[in-house]
Design a protein around this ligand. Sequence first.
Ligand code: F6R
Length: 616
Amino acid sequence: MCGIVGYIGSKKIGNRLIEGLKRLEYRGYDSSGLAILDQTMLKSVKRIGRVNCLEEALPEKILEANVGICHTRWATHGAVTEENAHPHVSSDEKFALVHNGVIENYLSIKKFLESEGYKFVSETDSESIVNLIAYHYKKQDTNNKSNRFLESVRKSLLHVEGTFGIAVLSQDHPGQLVCAKRGSPLIIGVGKNEHLIASDVNALTHCTHQVVYLNDNEIVHLNADDFSISTIGNSSVNAVIQTVDWDTTAAKIGDYHHFMEKEIFEQPIALTNGMRGRFSNDSSTALFGGLNISEDELSQIDRIIFLSCGTGWHACLIAEYLIERYARIPVEVEYASEFRYRNAPLDKNSLIVAISQSGETIDTLSALKEAKRKGYKTLSINNSVGSSIARECDGGIYQHAGPEIGVASTKAFTSQLMLCGMLALYLGRMRNLSYSDGCKIVEAFKSLPKLIQETLSVKDQIKLIAKEYADYEDCLFLGRQLMFPIALEGALKLKEISYIHAEGYPAAEMKHGPIALISESCPSVFLTTSGEMFAKTLANIKEVKARKGKVICIASEDCEIPEDSIDSLIKVPIAHEIISPIVMSIPVQLLSYYIAIERKCDVDKPRNLAKSVTVE
Ligand code: F6R
């Protein structure tokens, strides 16, 4: 987690660093800090709280510097205090460092350095690196001053285990910046007489659209006019400069109160963008340009393993239902963090598909690397062009949903559901799915943006329901078949932004334990369409009512639900089953959003969370 930005160039760091840091706040927002070189003096300022607390504390003089590094933190090692906030300064005060990642052997490094007289003032793992750099710097040949800085960082990193994206300033080398990465993302921004470094491309695009994505175990030596990349093992690397096509206006809040609200309401556009150009001319199947797997290879696949975390994992469950139903290919869904260490036996013709909005989730990235190491083909469904996961996979499907800033995923989730459905269609048409069924499904996808627009009109009704239910502290979400993953997602959304304890279950599973929770103080949200599961879901609703549980029912328009079975009814448009989870996601998102507003929660930056989870 955490965000890093660094600047070196002819301009003042002022807006360049602070604007970049604000754009990274979604990565972590419990504290932040900045360090600069003023003549040959390192100066740093740190503050607990959001980036604006840091901004208010920065003296004008600091903002006039031409080189600096800054950081926004999501605490891993040590509480949220100014001592633990970055940048960390070495105990000889010669180096300042910002770090994203986790140093696994920091205790042994710290012990060694303490025996050498280095003092530690924080509880962080990161401070061990900056002191290690100071140690190696001191040990080096003083005649080779310009490389001494770079070489001491390189030497230190040879001893470091774990993940890092770092940027380092040296008091003795005011015109230089050294950065390196392993496991955590780091990107160079190449400007005119200036260079930037950041953990996310979004933190660079206010200055430049020319970027270099660093690979693991690379180290960069930057000054205002130039930079060079080598490996930590000291082999030189050719930089590949790419142009990012990034619409920065898409990341602006406009007239909305929150990014989450904006992202919920822009779903019709996000979905339209994700399906554009992705249907065959005869409108009977989907097309994907970037799979990099031949149709021949795909038709040999006899098992698909989907990997993801959190909301993306719920999208995987929908993929499982849809691909098994329409393409008849067995699918397994794995938490990426578990798959990585489970050493699951896989057949030769297994395909791995990772789903990740950010493309940077370390658990998913590591699981993918593990699958690749074993020789499996890997794909991703991903919303972040050029992200680590996109670059790691053999091929993939970009979501084109636009940047998602609200920490709780909304439009990225529905776009993943849509692409999973389109993948099911594509694989199905390569097997037994008929032309006419294919055409009906394509028609359903094409009608989706309009249907979602219609569904969004339930917002006023949901606002009223939210007022009624905002004070409860527990809630169940229940649904069957395709509605089950949406129940899980509803529970996740509610708990992450309103801090209400919520759980999702297959509705029938309720009888096997969760029913013990049902009471007047634990409402249930049921999700149902009129399909084959309707009567059974209705029976489950009655079981809840019989135990005095309040019921909010979200149902498609054609469901006939006896009034005395429920307390609140939210009707959504009738939809083809392949898109019904997407339609059903809308009221679930709105419910959690409006309840969080009633509870005066910080919707876009919920406590303890961060948008991009780059630590294991
Ligand atoms: C919840 C949410 C998270 C993410 C998870 C994976 O609203 O957004 O559960 O889905 O952290 O993130 P990505 O998709 O970026 O890999």
